[in-house]
Design a protein around this ligand. Structure first.
Ligand SMILES: Nc1ncnc2c1ncn2[C@@H]1O[C@H](COP(=O)(O)OP(=O)(O)OP(=O)(O)O)[C@@H](O)[C@H]1O
Length: 842
């Protein structure tokens, strides 16, 4: 299906020109007026001015607070010996504690959440419990949030070591711990943004939004109940006589304000301001740029929308964007409990590996059992309480019974729980999140009143454009009987303005997007941010990948702009340990402890041979497979796009029915090839990792991976393009002897070792001749890409001399007389400048 078809809504909304209606845009342009008789430009200038004033005001406030803090420190020194209790002292110095409270008064007020800084961190030193009497002596500051001391004092004791707070007789937290920044990977930090903690009644029914918990905790602290449990200490705390932290209590705030110059942190004031005004600036930036020619098509009504949106953001978005719940509170988990959690993770991992090993070491009975494991469950879709219209569409598509992952997840997802779901490749995860997504839209549309801006209720993020199109197509198919629910994709490689027009003309409720392009829209088109403020559900498909280095920042920035009260669902066939073992969400794993992570019906094997033979071995394997499988459909994964291109040309020269796909190809080409491969039989797709995850090409008979994959996870995802829906499949991994160490990472997977096949010297000759015909530019690009890829693999890249030797062998094997030169800058960046064998461009 072409992308233009995918962009259509499932059912057109007849006669709803919502954009025109909402913004009263007269057809064909012409003069427009705004409240107060202002014209477009006056209106815009007015709001720009307001934005500047607001920013100035905030800066002024921060400055005052900084000065107050300095004054307080000076006074503390001057009046060190004065009676601190003297009420008559007009110039009574502000103690650090009091100052913290003053800052708290400023920062913890409703609506001031966006002044928080993610640097607020965990309690790092041991905290001494404080008596209730002491706590009660603290006066509540005027204007501070409601005093919850009465509420919390009896319950404070139930704040246990793991950071769980039992706030009532039958209420418990599920957990709001997040792995601390220092100890755990950034990925877990990102994940903490995705979830928010839930309160759950013991009867398991009531789920109280975590916001309440955090407000509760936050206010309790600032009403002086138990500061030590929640306040950050930077590890260098000074203690007062009673043993309380004093010196550093203001640090989280002080740091926010950029006033801890002595720590060399002077630049953070501006950063803080930048960060905290991010949403607002983004909005107003567009106002500014809208006066340029480039953005001249921005409507004044749009500006109106933006201003409305800004208010919305203040109301909803600010709390969403700044880890009031996750980044701050979750970091305040005593490290001990985090360590325990970490130990537990390792134990689970060990057990899993052990059991897998046992199973592989001749436990035939279990092996057989595994092979029988069906992907379909006994439960039917019409038994699970979803809309009859969706069931009709499912039936029409031939889906009657649920798959196991669908059965396992649906009820939790329909209940609105946050969930992390791990299930093997090709087991129906897409429908597992699309069904609750559709239900969420139905629920939201039935309960919502007429909205000025049509909200997007579900946002599905995925790593590649093709995957986004595939998911959108599936959603459209499921929605075919629902009137007025639209699905839109936002992916890179298309024209930005075209996207904008589609967004304006299509009031979609489900948005499927790749992170980069979505962020572009959020940053450049305020209308989308406003529409996202009504979001009910966020889905991360291939979640582990989205939370990995390449995407993490973008995903974090997107999540910053989403409302906090939403459901988050994370799906993938591979999940990092740190996500799995966090208790703030439901974790559903249909793979099961001790089971292999790959589909059992895929016959996996590995062949180790010198690198320069790989292309010929591949040709041999393909020929053999084609002979034995008339309806063959093979995917060949290469390490990089440029190597993909070279191999494609070679196989084409060898008269094989082959197509190529990698990220640098134009999007239209990618779409066409993707559709062709989906529909075809007797075809080979040579591709980079752009096709590794999520792509559901039916009936792929074999997957060959040429060279070492980036990691174990990617091996699993690539392999999972075959053997889908419980079907048979086969996968071959082709490694060079120096890549063999990677098999260690796969030792719990059932890989057979293949012997080096007998290679026909005539074929080798033919291949050499065909290789000679290929343009040298392609080969040179392949060499550079090859070098870059292996240089980035830690185990190989650290021995630069060997790496260059191997790369030069590769250059020779693809018919390059001499290794192509590198730019000096590139060689320097790669740490290869002075390595023998590297040639530099003159
Ligand atoms: N209940 C069902 N009955 C029959 N087929 C189903 C059912 N649910 C999903 N499928 C089919 O199973 C195939 C695999 O589904 P899907 O692409 O969602 O897998 P996945 O688990 O997301 O895989 P990956 O991990 O590779 O992304 C699809 O062709 C889909 O149409």
């Amino acid at each position: 299906m072409s992308s233009s078809v995918l962009l259509q809504r499932s059912k057109p909304l007849t006669n709803i020109l919502w954009f025109n209606r909402v913004f009263a845009r007269p057809m064909g342009g012409g003069p427009r007026t705004f409240p107060g008789g202002l014209n477009k430009w006056q209106w815009k200038r007015m709001h720009e001015k307001k934005a500047k004033e607001k920013e100035k005001r905030l800066l002024e406030q921060e400055k005052q607070l900084y000065q107050a803090r300095v004054r307080s420190q000076i006074r503390t020194k001057l009046f060190d010996k004065a009676d601190p209790d003297s009420e008559t002292n007009q110039h009574k110095p502000m103690s650090p504690d009091e100052h913290v409270k003053a800052l708290a008064d400023r920062f913890m007020k409703e609506g001031a959440e966006d002044l928080w800084n993610e640097d607020d961190g965990p309690v790092k030193s041991e905290q001494r419990p404080r008596s209730g009497a002491e706590a009660n002596q603290r006066p509540r500051l005027a204007g501070a949030p409601i005093d919850l001391r009465g509420l919390i004092s009896d319950k404070r004791n139930s704040v246990n070591n793991s950071g769980n707070l039992n706030s009532g007789s039958n209420v418990k937290t599920r957990n709001y711990s997040v792995l601390s920044e220092s100890k755990f990977s950034d990925r877990s930090k990102s994940a903490s943004l995705i979830f928010m903690p839930n309160l759950e009644c013991n009867d398991g029914e009531t789920v109280i939004p975590s916001r309440n918990v955090m407000d509760f905790v936050r206010r309790a602290y600032f009403s002086g109940t138990d500061k030590r449990n929640f306040c950050r200490n930077d590890g260098s705390s000074t203690r007062d006589k009673a043993g309380f932290d004093t010196g550093n209590k203001a640090k989280p705030f002080a740091r926010n304000l950029g006033n801890n110059r002595e720590n060399g942190d002077s630049k953070n004031m501006s950063e803080f301001m930048k960060k905290k005004c991010f949403v607002g600036k983004r909005r107003f930036k567009r106002n500014e740029s809208s006066s340029s020619d480039d953005d001249s098509d921005i409507d004044s009504e749009d500006v109106d929308e933006k201003v409305e949106g800004w208010r919305d953001v203040k109301k909803m978005g600010s709390s969403a964007s700044l880890g009031k719940y996750d980044m701050k509170i979750t970091k305040r988990v005593p490290l001990k409990s985090l360590e325990d959690e970490h130990d537990f993770e390792e134990q689970v991992e060990l057990i899993r590996k052990e059991i897998s090993k046992n199973k592989l070491n001749g436990n035939g009975e279990k092996k057989e059992k595994r092979e029988e494991e069906p992907i379909l469950s006994q439960k039917r879709f019409d038994e699970c309480g979803i809309s009859p219209l969706t069931i009709k569409a499912l039936t029409a598509a031939g889906y009657i019974q649920m798959t196991r992952v669908q059965e396992a997840t649906l009820s939790a997802c329909l209940e609105g729980k946050d969930a992390v779901v791990k299930a093997k490749t090709g087991t129906g995860k897409s429908i597992a999140f699309l069904l609750p997504a559709i239900e969420a839209v139905l629920k939201a549309t039935s309960s919502s009143t007429t909205q000025l801006v049509p909200p997007i209720y579900v946002l599905i993020l995925c790593p590649t454009r093709e995957l986004a199109s595939q998911i959108a197509a599936e959603a459209i198919a499921l929605l075919k009987n629902h009137d007025g629910i639209g699905v839109l994709t936002l992916v890179g490689g298309t024209r930005f303005k075209v996207d904008q027009r589609r967004l304006e003309s299509d009031p979609c409720q489900i948005l499927v997007a790749t992170p980069g392009r979505l962020l572009d829209h959020i940053e450049n088109k305020s209308g989308l941010s406003v529409r996202l403020m009504g979001l009910k559900m966020l889905v991360l498909d291939e979640a582990d990948h989205l939370l990995d280095l390449g995407f993490r920042k973008d995903v974090e920035n997107i999540v910053d702009c989403l409302p906090r009260r939403r459901q988050s669902l994370l799906f993938s066939a591979t999940m990092p340990k740190e996500l799995v073992l966090k208790r703030e969400h439901t974790y559903i794993d249909t793979v099961g402890l001790g089971s292999v992570e790959t589909p059992v019906k895929i016959k996996q094997s590995c062949l180790v041979a010198p690198h320069e033979l790989h292309f010929q071995i591949l040709h041999h394997l393909l020929k053999e497979h084609i002979l034995g499988t008339p309806d063959y459909k093979v995917i060949v994964f290469c390490s990089t796009g440029m190597v993909t291109s070279l191999l494609y040309l070679l196989l084409r020269e060898m008269k094989m029915n082959v197509r190529e796909m990698y990220s640098r190809k134009p999007q239209l080409y990618r779409d066409r090839i993707s559709e062709e491969f989906r529909a075809s039989k007797r075809l080979i797709l040579v591709t980079s990792d752009v096709s590794a995850r999520g792509m559901d090409y039916p009936d792929v008979t074999s997957v060959v991976q040429v060279g070492i994959p980036p990691d174990r996870e990617q091996y699993i995802h690539r392999l999972g393009r075959t053997g889908r829906e419980g079907k048979e499949g086969e996968g071959v991994l082709l490694l060079a002897p120096w890549e063999e160490y990677f098999l260690d990472d796969l030792k719990d997977l059932p890989l057979d070792k293949l012997q080096l096949p007998h290679l026909n010297p005539e074929i080798q000759l033919q291949m050499d001749n065909h290789m000679a015909k290929i343009d040298n530019n392609v080969k040179e690009a392949a060499y550079h890409a090859w070098l870059g890829y292996y240089n980035s693999i830690r185990e190989i890249g650290r021995d630069k001399t060997t790496l260059v030797e191997l790369a030069n062998k590769f250059a020779q094997s693809i018919g390059l007389q001499r290794p192509p030169p590198l730019f000096r800058k590139t060689a320097l960046k790669m740490g290869l400048k002075d390595i023998p064998g590297i040639r530099l461009r003159k």
